[in-house]
Design a protein around this ligand. Structure first.
Ligand code: KG4
Ligand code: ZN
Length: 342
């Protein structure tokens, strides 16, 4: 039998410190330390994120090794997030990974965070089918909104993307207008479950490229709507929170799904996946699933723990790169802006 490959992966691109251990494409442990500190500021504060990563990284890696029941000397390679992300945050994971790879004399693998969100679909999991190439992926997170055509493990074609705010920002900024703490996306989802999604209407934006997205206009429309209603009734938000959340969420889901349907029609591809933190959203998950019946799609919805930032998704890219002997040198730099194919 072939010797298994053990990969330690590190994720530190934003405000979550993650470490995972994979044996080939199976996750043995996936530890994440969330940084609660940012909710008091209504968004991620880069300097605080960097400092928290420094405090978290050693215990998180130790826990990952402990949960996987292996020791450092069993590791075959170390994978880490090279970018995109916040520079101060990326530097912590990058420096840690480089130092440990030198200390253990094992290969270093730099991973693109956005590729990792997509390739999380290739983590071995019970009852979970893997997408067949080529497939479409709607990648939706706090920093990105893209419709991608994935040709193979290292070929990602951007069909469309946001020209301003990412969809996660649209959720979080709308939540902020409603007085909800950061990150507001999951809270909008929670309150929306109790509300009427057709209670309020918001106009959907138009873009020059038919597959592109724009969310900054929606945020302004919501702001003006709330200001208008507040003038008439100071209790408007409090009395209608569920309906407002349901209506905002439904508008966002409609915008995303219309473009995704168009991309499927234009490319003829009916294998469709979603990825990224916002793919945790229940309406997005349910709507996509419903397209199996109505549009004949085969859909791929990631397990909940692999939607928002996590190290297991970095590990799966690391595994495929390891199989290709695609290793990096110690002088590899963290990069805050990184194209999906880099
Ligand atoms: O992928 P991710 O963890 O980090 C980035 O790489 O950006 O995505 C975080 C984003 C945040 O904007 C958060 O509000 C959003 O994902 N999010 C959600 C839900 N869960 C997380 N948005 C809507 N509904 C959810 N259930
Ligand atoms: Zn992410």
């Amino acid at each position: 039998m072939k010797k298994p490959i053990y990969i330690l992966s590190i994720e530190s691109s934003c405000d979550d410190t993650g470490a995972a251990i994979l044996r080939n494409d199976t996750v043995l442990s996936n530890v994440i330390a969330n940084q609660k500190i940012h909710s008091a500021y209504g968004g991620v504060v880069p300097e605080l994120a960097s400092r928290a990563h420094q405090q978290n990284i050693v215990p998180v890696v130790q826990q990952a090794l402990h949960h996987a029941n292996i020791s450092k000397k069993d590791l075959s390679a170390i994978a880490f997030t090279k970018g995109p992300g916040l520079m101060g945050s990326l530097l912590v994971g990058t420096s840690f990974a480089k130092s440990l790879s030198i200390a253990l004399s094992i290969p270093l693998i730099a991973v693109n965070h956005m590729q990792a969100h997509v390739l999380a679909h290739f983590i071995m999991a019970d009852n979970q089918e893997k997408p067949n190439f080529p497939f479409l992926c709607l990648t939706i997170s706090g920093g990105h909104t893209q419709i991608l055509k994935i040709n193979n493990y290292n070929s990602f074609e951007i069909l469309g993307e946001t020209i301003d705010d990412a969809v996660g920002e649209a959720f979080d900024k709308s939540a902020k207008l409603l007085g909800l703490p950061y990150p507001g996306g999951p809270l909008i989802d929670k309150f929306a479950k109790l509300g009427n999604k057709n209670a309020f209407k918001f106009t959907e934006p138009k873009t020059a490229n038919e597959f592109d997205f724009s969310f900054s206009g929606l945020k302004t429309a919501i702001l003006y709507f709330l200001q208008r209603e507040h003038k008439k009734n100071e209790m408007f938000i409090k009395n209608n929170l569920n309906d407002i959340c349901a209506s905002i969420q439904h508008t966002i889901v409609n915008i995303l799904m219309k473009k995704l349907i168009l991309a499927s029609k234009k490319t003829g591809i009916t294998e469709v996946a979603i990825a990224g933190g916002v793919s945790a959203n229940s309406e997005i998950r349910e709507t996509l699933k419903s397209f199996e019946k109505t549009l004949g799609w085969t859909t791929y919805i990631p397990k909940f723990e692999y939607t928002t930032d996590n190290a297991a998704m970095i590990g799966i890219v690391g595994y495929y790169k390891y199989l290709n002997n695609d290793f990096d040198k110690e002088n590899t730099l963290a990069t805050s802006r990184l194209d999906i194919n880099s």
